[in-house]
Design a protein around this ligand. Structure first.
Ligand SMILES: *Cc1c(COP(=O)(O)O)cnc(C)c1O
Length: 428
């Protein structure tokens, strides 16, 4: 395939946008080459500026669970736009989407809408701190909760030992209140709680991790976190920005039957427009301004176009209970196909999957936390990525990303993808 125009557009973008992209994950830094510029997308396909068709396994990093340019969403946005795009005053639409979200998700009474997953997680932590009157939080290495200061603490012994910021610009003062734990390791969490008695406001976790590839929780992990939180007056925050409205109608709380205290949303909840949200039982949510003392606000929060898109998306997911089963079946089919062709070529790999989240790691060991996820063969992944791209299959340009399956994918598309992987596997 040729990417002449994309390369030219990237060169232009680099002059006026740092790295040519407005979010670093879009860059091809980890795989080499230049990013592809999209012109349009429909269903399971994206079309780039050079006229290539790509089968899309990123789907805007999650939101397009029913495919691109999903008509009910597009129409809702067009109709709303004609009536004005922002008022800074309440609209009936906000109550409609809030009521539907509260009906779909277990254990929440009230929800507040923001503009991104980052905002949702950042606000959830502030709310947890205000509610518990404690300062520290526990997060897990390899889990991503957006780019706000307290979350940019990742792996590395320095960070673990000293709480040293892992991105310049995060102050040591902020970093010291974020304690880093190992995913799927309850003993580690128990030790942190013991060492910081009565200081921990919240544990924030991706209940199914999706930002170090896909890593499902081990049996008992979430149950253990729930128990420790209850025992120690700590709030359990489920960051369901990726999993919410994707793995089940009510997210991981429903899928694995675990109660969180605060739940964060993003991605699917906006149907492709900039939306995030956080939700909890009434007692906690009433701590927010204007009812309570914890301040949180947004000029464009609850924006009518965003709410129209989100409502159309949630209505579609709510009205067809077979969607999640269908997504799971398609992903299982892809899983079996990839497994078959990689084995046939004697390639060492591990596939993790739950529902419509799947990732392929080029390593034979079980991938259960950040450390094991980081062991994958990156050189092999680079070849895999570019090989698939050349066949017209687009996966994320990083070995640490989950593939997002959309209901718009047909079994022909999945067969096409498996055949492409078979072809690429010969070159790995
Ligand atoms: C994407 C993501 C975020 C951040 O959401 P943005 O809308 O990019 O700010 C937070 N948490 C998880 C689990 C995510 O996958």
């Amino acid at each position: 395939m040729l990417y002449k125009r994309s390369s030219q557009l990237f060169a232009e973008a680099e002059k006026v946008i740092p790295g040519g992209v407005n979010s670093p994950v879009r860059a091809f830094k980890a795989v080499g080459g230049t990013p592809i510029f999209v012109k349009s997308a429909k269903g399971a396909y994206m079309y780039d500026e050079d006229g290539n068709r790509l089968i899309d396994y990123i789907n805007s990093w999650g939101p397009m669970v029913l495919g691109h340019a999903y008509e009910p969403v597009v129409n809702a946005v067009i109709e709303k736009a004609k009536l004005g795009t922002s008022f800074g005053m309440p609209t009936e639409l906000e109550t409609q989407i809030a009521a539907l979200a509260v009906a779909m998700v277990p254990n929440i009474d009230k929800i507040r809408f923001v503009n991104s997953g980052t905002e949702a997680c950042m606000s959830a932590v502030r709310l947890a701190r205000g509610f518990t009157k404690k300062d520290k939080i526990i997060k897990f290495a390899g889990c991503y909760h957006g780019h706000s200061d307290s979350f940019l603490i990742q792996a590395g012994s320095g960070a673990i030992t000293f709480g040293s910021p892992n991105s310049p610009g995060v102050t040591a003062g902020t970093a010291k209140d974020t304690l880093l734990a190992t995913y799927n390791d309850l003993d580690n969490v128990a030790a942190l709680i013991e060492a910081n008695k009565n200081e921990i406001a919240a544990i924030i976790v991706e209940p199914v991790a999706g930002n170090m590839g896909c890593i499902p929780p081990n049996k008992g992990f979430l149950e253990g976190l729930r128990q420790m939180c209850t025992d120690n007056g700590i709030l359990l925050i489920f960051d369901e920005v990726m999993t919410g409205f994707r793995l089940a109608r009510g997210g991981v709380q429903e899928l694995l039957n675990i109660k969180a205290d605060i739940v964060c949303f993003g991605k699917v909840i906006g149907g492709g427009l900039p939306v995030g949200a956080f939700a909890a039982r009434e007692e906690i949510m009433n701590y927010l301004a204007p009812l309570g003392p914890v301040y949180q606000a947004g000029t464009l929060s609850g924006n009518p176009l965003a709410m129209a898109a989100g409502l159309a998306m949630l209505q579609a997911l709510d009205s067809d209970p077979t969607i999640f089963k269908r997504l799971e079946e398609k992903t299982a089919y892809l899983h079996a196909g990839i497994d078959r062709v990689l084995k046939a070529h004697n390639i060492v790999f591990t596939i993790n999957r739950i529902g419509s989240m799947i990732s392929v790691h080029f390593d034979s060991n079980p991938v259960t936390d950040f450390k094991s996820a980081a062991k994958g063969d990156n050189e092999r992944f680079k070849k895999f990525f570019h090989g698939l791209l050349n066949e017209g299959v687009y996966i994320a340009p990083s070995a640490y990303e989950t593939w997002f399956i959309t209901d718009a994918l047909s079994y022909e598309d999945l067969d096409f993808t498996i055949a492409a992987i078979n072809k690429v596997a010969q070159t790995l």
